[in-house]
Design a protein around this ligand. Structure first.
Ligand code: UDP
Length: 322
């Protein structure tokens, strides 16, 4: 069975491709290269530069390569941009996913592993967050991911298109040995920015808010190693292949780390000082976002193995200083 990875030249998608190749699967990548990097795609992996909206091309790829399942990563991912320019998100995340599912239905592909997000929950009313927590996204990014989950649920009931929606908490780290890392432009994520501040590539890291109701006043997040994420996707496919029911699964560790703890960890791992500036809160940041990883443990048999904060920072550092 061949597997299609949309967005396979992106940060998480490129790690997924490595994981699948390591596990002996045949992989086809479809990526528009709008934000992805072609140099991350291994030479022996089929690559088709296309937009997932291109129904005839994608359907042709699914048929020509006899694709059995789709890992769907292709997406816009910036929360702030989704607020200032939501049409990009409704068009490229929601409408484009619907086109991809049209191709899947046309080509009779019946399994989808979808890249979703903890942003579907909005501001948490309890912690840790389990999958039954109310879904009230507070930005268009989260809205579009939740909408795609709902499309999938309806298509599952009506057309038997089975799916696992994986709700990532904070993806971080890298497969440095393979030359992969986080390369967003612009970079907005905490860990690469703290590393850049330690390296002197930027003057400092600005801590967004120091007066939250958390132990040290800074925001707490659940960071999961991108290689653990990739492994979880493979576990989700195994679950669907074994007849598991469609559904959503949190991917996190169940442990939270504050912004301050991340800065301390970068200093500890690198032996360098991180210049810090204390800034205002960033709009829309919930104080604490921590997953309950129970359902993924129980149903997918998945447990994060590489997600201690020091291991994540070590790998992120190695990738960023290659
Ligand atoms: N953050 C920060 N300074 C930065 C970037 C991020 O203090 O320059 C904080 C942000 O407020 C959040 C945490 O770091 O509490 C993680 O942010 P990131 O953007 O990496 O991921 P998010 O949780 O928004 O998905």
């Amino acid at each position: 069975m061949n597997l299609l990875v949309t967005g396979g030249a992106g940060y998480i998608g490129s790690h997924m491709v490595r994981e699948l190749v390591r596990a002996g699967h045949k992989v086809v990548v479809v990526d528009s290269l709008l934000t992805g990097h072609e140099d991350t795609i291994p030479k022996d992996v089929m690559f088709v530069q296309a937009d997932i909206r291109d129904r005839s091309e994608v359907t042709e790829v699914l048929r020509a390569y006899d694709v059995g399942a789709i890992f769907h990563f292709a997406s816009r991912i910036q929360v702030g941009e989704s607020v200032s320019n939501p049409r990009l998100y409704f068009r490229d995340n929601l409408a484009a996913s619907i086109e991809l599912f049209e191709s899947a239905l046309d080509a009779k592909v019946t399994r989808i592993v979808f890249s979703s997000t903890a942003a579907v929950y909005g501001d948490p009313i309890r912690s840790p967050i389990d999958e039954d927590h109310p879904k009230n996204p507070v930005n268009p990014y989260g809205e579009t991911k939740l909408a795609v989950e709902r499309v999938l649920a309806a298509y599952d009931r009506a057309y038997g298109l089975r799916f696992a929606a994986l709700r990532y908490f904070n993806a971080a780290g890298a497969d440095a040995a393979d030359g992969l890392g986080e390369r967003h432009d612009p970079e907005t994520h905490l860990i690469p920015l703290v590393i850049d501040a330690a390296l002197g590539r930027r003057p400092h890291i600005t801590v967004f808010g120091g007066d939250y109701a958390t132990p040290d006043g800074t925001c707490v997040r659940d960071y999961i190693h991108v290689r653990d994420l990739a492994e979880a996707h493979l576990a989700a496919l195994g679950y669907l292949n074994a007849g598991g029911a469609s559904g959503a699964f949190n991917l996190g560790t169940g442990r939270g780390h504050s912004v301050r703890e991340i800065i301390d960890a970068v200093e500890r791992v690198s032996g360098r000082k991180v210049p810090v500036v204390h800034g205002a809160r960033r709009d829309g940041d919930p104080p604490v976002l921590v997953a309950s990883p129970r359902r993924a443990q129980d149903l997918l048999g998945f447990r994060a193995k590489r997600s201690s904060i020091d291991e994540i920072i070590r790998d992120a550092w190695a990738a960023r200083t290659r």
